[in-house]
Ligand binder design. Structure first.
Ligand SMILES: Nc1ncnc2c1ncn2[C@@H]1O[C@H](COP(=O)(O)OP(=O)(O)OP(=O)(O)O)[C@@H](O)[C@H]1O
Ligand SMILES: Nc1nc2c(ncn2[C@@H]2O[C@H](COP(=O)(O)O)[C@@H](O)[C@H]2O)c(=O)[nH]1
Length: 193
């Protein structure tokens, strides 16, 4: 019998490794995926749109959501707060949609605790030097923020062994293809169960 419930995919990896880039490329190639837009207290970057890239909320609203248990997971990441609204995710999964969360390691492990069926995918940089180059080229952080993101990258990489899959984002095209294969295989396997 076909499994009507959607699959929950969680993508993590160090800041600047290319999670957002890979996710956008994957969405161009695969139909039927829904991106869960997170809440954050971070200030929008140039070009980021409220409700599309993030739901940009203030600290007071974020903490009210925490108190009201509205988050499936939440964490302080690189000095700002981020969280995934639980009602959105559960409703979409119940309706049969496959969901993609792009969240940090702390959040991913909270999700796995609450929903062990979630599929955790870690995006790995080809090297530390390349990660620094990518963050530098993106140019969205000041020197202090950049340093914090690089320091955190080392801790995050240590947690990658807790993930179901690891994809190295060296060549972008190859990494997207690998990601697509993982998504297809997981969905086929779940459909058979
Ligand atoms: N395979 C790749 N080769 C070279 N550059 C890449 C590759 N993948 C992504 N990039 C570039 O690296 C930079 C960081 O990518 P991106 O913003 O997608 O990272 P991220 O992991 O989503 O970061 P964050 O967690 O901070 O949001 C971007 O400028 C992007 O164009
Ligand atoms: N635990 C969560 N982490 C999240 C969420 N949304 C994004 N993130 C992670 O934060 C960092 C920094 O993102 P940036 O956009 O400021 O560069 C990155 O690792 C994201 O994956 C979330 O809802 N929960």
């Amino acid at each position: 019998m076909e499994n009507k419930r959607g699959v929950l995919f969680v993508i993590s990896g160090p800041s600047g490794v290319g999670k957002g880039t890979l996710r956008k490329e994957l969405f161009k190639r695969m139909e039927g995926l829904t991106y869960s837009v997170s809440c954050t207290t971070r200030q929008p970057r140039e070009g980021e749109r409220d409700g599309v890239d993030y739901r940009f909320i203030d600290m007071e609203t974020f903490m009210n959501y925490v108190k009201e248990n509205k988050f499936l997971e939440w964490a302080k990441v690189h000095g700002n707060y981020y969280g995934t609204l639980e009602s959105d995710v559960r409703k979409l999964l119940d309706e049969g949609h496959d969901i993609v969360l792009e969240i940090d390691v702390q959040g991913a492990l909270q999700v796995k605790n609450k929903m062990p069926e979630a599929v955790l995918i870690f995006i790995m940089p080809p090297s530390e030097e390349e990660l620094i180059k990518r963050l530098d080229r993106r140019g969205t952080e000041n020197d202090r923020e950049l340093e914090e993101r690089i320091k955190n990258a080392k801790k995050e990489i240590l947690e990658s062994k807790k993930y179901d899959f690891i994809v190295v984002n060296d060549d972008l095209k190859k990494a997207v293809e690998e990601l697509e294969k993982i998504f297809e295989n997981v969905k086929n396997k779940m459909r058979k169960n």
